[in-house]
Ligand binder design. Sequence first.
Ligand SMILES: NC(=O)c1ccc[n+]([C@@H]2O[C@H](COP(=O)([O-])OP(=O)(O)OC[C@H]3O[C@@H](n4cnc5c(N)ncnc54)[C@H](O)[C@@H]3O)[C@@H](O)[C@H]2O)c1
Length: 292
Amino acid sequence: MAKQPRPLAGKVVAITGAGRGIGRATAAALAAKGARIAVADLDAAAAEQAATELGPDHAGIAVDVTDAAAFTAFLDDVERRLGPIDVLINNAGIMPVTPLAEEDDASVTRQLELNLHAVIRGTQEAIRRMVPRRSGHIVNIASLAGRSGFPNLATYCATKHGVVGLSEAVRAELRGTGVEISVVMPGLVRTELIAGLKDARGVKTLAPEDVANEIVSALEVPRFDVFVPRSTGPLIAVTGALPRRLRELVAHALGADDATGKADRSARTAYEARAARSAPAAEEHAKERSAA
Ligand SMILES: NC(=O)c1ccc[n+]([C@@H]2O[C@H](COP(=O)([O-])OP(=O)(O)OC[C@H]3O[C@@H](n4cnc5c(N)ncnc54)[C@H](O)[C@@H]3O)[C@@H](O)[C@H]2O)c1
C-alpha cells in the first residue's frame, strides 16, 4: 500500500542559500504546502526579498554559514521566532569552474568550508536539536557531481562526494531515532551557477522548481536518495556496474563531460566573482591562522 504523505502545513523549515536559485524555489514550493520558512542567505537583501514574497509567516535572515557561531545563532533565532526546526535544508554552495592545476588555494578553501564543512556543521546542529524530540528531517543538497567526476570541477566534486558520504554515514547513525535524512543529487539546474556551461548532447537542464518538487516529495514520503531527474538514479546504478572503460565510453557518448569541460569561462565572470565572496568568515579564519 502506498505510504500516506506527511503533511507539511505548519512545519518550520530553515533553508540556507535560499535568496535565489534552488533554495528560493524550494522555499516557494514548501510555503505553498503551508510550511513556515526561514530563508537564510549571505545576501541579506535577497533573503529579505524572498521571504517578503512568500508572505507574513516567513522570515528572511542574513547569515554566513561558514561562520560557525553565526550559523548556530541563526538556528537559535529561527527556533525563537518560528518554533522548533522540523526541516533543515543545507543548500548554500558554490561551483567555481577551473582546471585543478589552475585553482588557487582560496577557491579550494571556500568550497571546502561552504560546500562541505558548513553542511557537516548544519547536520550536527540539526541532529542535536531533532534527536531529543525524536522527529525532524535533514536535507543535504549534493549533486550528480557527488556520484561522478566532471572536468574543471575537481574540488567541487570532492566536496559533493563528501556531502554524499556524510549523509550516508549519518543515515546509519540516525536509524531508529525518528529523524530522517535525504541527499539530493540534481543534474544541471538553470541558475546563475551554470552560466557559460556548454549545452551537452544527452544532458537536459532542469528548472529550480524540478528540484524543489522532488524535495517536497521526499519530505512528504521520506526517501534517502533524491535524484533529479529520477531517471539518473537507475542510470548511475546500471553504468556503475559496468567496467570503468565502458562506463567512460557511455558517459562520452552522452556528452557528459562537455558541459563543464567545454564551458565558456568568460561568460562566468559575474558568477565567479560572486562565488569568490561566498565564505567571508572562513577566509578571515584562514588568514588569522596563517598570521599566527
Ligand atoms: N545549479 C545547478 O546546476 C546545481 C546542480 C546540482 C547541485 N547544485 C547545488 O545546489 C545548491 C544551490 O545552488 P544554486 O544553483 O541554487 O546556486 P545559486 O548561486 O543560485 O544560489 C546559492 C545561494 O547561496 C547563497 N550563499 C552563498 N554563500 C553563502 C554563505 N556563506 N552563507 C549563506 N548563503 C550563502 C548565495 O548568496 C545564493 O543566494 C548548491 O549547493 C549547488 O552546489 C546546483
